[in-house]
Design a binder for this molecule. Structure first.
Ligand SMILES: *Cc1c(COP(=O)(O)O)cnc(C)c1O
Length: 325
């Protein structure tokens, strides 16, 4: 065990949002509160990934992402907790004058930052790894979003946690809606639903445009799920057709706050006192709300909104969030 301070995130209903939407009953899984840094779904992946980093004697963890990457802030927090160095390759030409949101957290958590221009998906990780090795470090490189076999497996394990919580709450779920970006979360949840025999539909709301193999490409999702299954000798095979990815909520692109996200964030905040984020969970909730209006769920069904975190980025979007439409 490596002692990452993860809490089992709560599962609870959203009693004011559900009647507000009309149909169906909506519950939330609170992966925004995983107990590492300011939380998020990457904590689950890091729990598995950093156990491997530790076991292989690495002294430095290296990853990358957008300037407001939640994955990066949680990685910095995990590295601090384990007492190892953290290097982050961030997608920006230079540091902004006023660090805020996740970028502020990266700095507070003691990460060393590398600014990589428009490379926001860890394209510069191989070069960074090489230079760290040349300096005598033993880097452990985590791919964009922590989406590899091990990171994916962590989300499959999360379904086991969910099943226990559903039993305790005497509740069932018919569908799960989750934000999808580098793919490990959706692939892992799909694997977990199969492993734990939970017959719920899984709907991934893509937050980033489709750009070939990788990200939310269905073939990539199947490969991730199969690689994670292989890792534990589980013999279910996944195909691209096993994945439901919705790409019609991309608006003006990754990280661009639109009216749908603004409305979803405001609705959930004022109805439930629950904070979503502008890039991922706000877009996923906008998708859920649209699916409700399109009658994608029956009246007597229960939909689980898997809150993946991201709330630190709210502070980087203040003006856009409060602008009137
Ligand atoms: C990374 C992230 C996601 C998407 O998870 P993937 O495994 O990359 O698909 C969703 N929400 C938030 C807040 C994230 O940081």
């Amino acid at each position: 065990r490596h002692g990452l301070p993860r809490c089992p995130p709560a599962l609870h209903p959203l009693p004011r949002l559900s009647p507000h939407l009309g149909v169906p009953t909506v519950w939330v899984k609170r992966d925004d509160q995983t107990g590492l840094g300011l939380g998020g779904n990457k904590t689950r992946k890091l729990e598995f990934l950093l156990a491997e980093a530790r076991a292989t004697g690495c002294d430095t963890v290296v990853t990358g992402g957008a300037l407001q990457s939640n994955h990066c802030h949680q990685t910095a927090a995990a590295a601090a907790r384990l007492g190892i160095a953290c290097h982050l390759a961030l997608g920006a030409a230079k540091p902004p004058a006023q660090p805020t949101g996740n970028l502020l957290l990266d700095q507070l958590l003691g990460a060393e930052l590398h600014f990589c221009g428009d490379q926001r998906k860890g394209e510069s990780l191989p070069a960074l790894e090489k230079s760290l090795r040349a300096q005598g470090r033993k880097p452990y490189v985590i791919p964009y979003g922590g989406s590899n076999a091990l990171g994916t497996l962590a989300l499959a394990a999360a379904v086991g946690e969910l099943v226990g919580q559903l039993q305790t709450a005497n509740a069932t779920v018919d569908a799960i809606v989750v934000a999808s970006s580098s793919g490990g979360t959706q692939a892992g949840l799909a694997l977990g639903l199969a492993m734990f025999g939970l017959p719920a539909r899984l709907v991934g709301i893509a937050v980033d445009k489709h750009s070939g193999y990788g990200g939310t490409d269905e073939g990539w999702l199947a490969d991730l799920a199969n690689a994670a299954a292989d890792h534990i000798g589980y013999d279910r095979r996944f195909e691209a057709e096993d994945f439901d990815v919705r790409r019609n909520y991309l608006g003006a692109g990754y990280g661009v706050l639109g009216e749908a996200e603004r409305r979803a964030i405001a609705t959930v905040a004022t109805q439930e006192g629950l904070l979503l984020d502008p890039v991922y969970s706000g877009r996923a909730m906008a998708g859920l709300m649209d699916l409700v209006t399109r009658r994608a769920f029956a009246r007597d069904e229960t939909v689980l909104f898997w809150h993946t975190g991201g709330t630190p980025a709210l502070f980087a979007y203040g003006d856009a969030l409060l602008a009137s439409p």
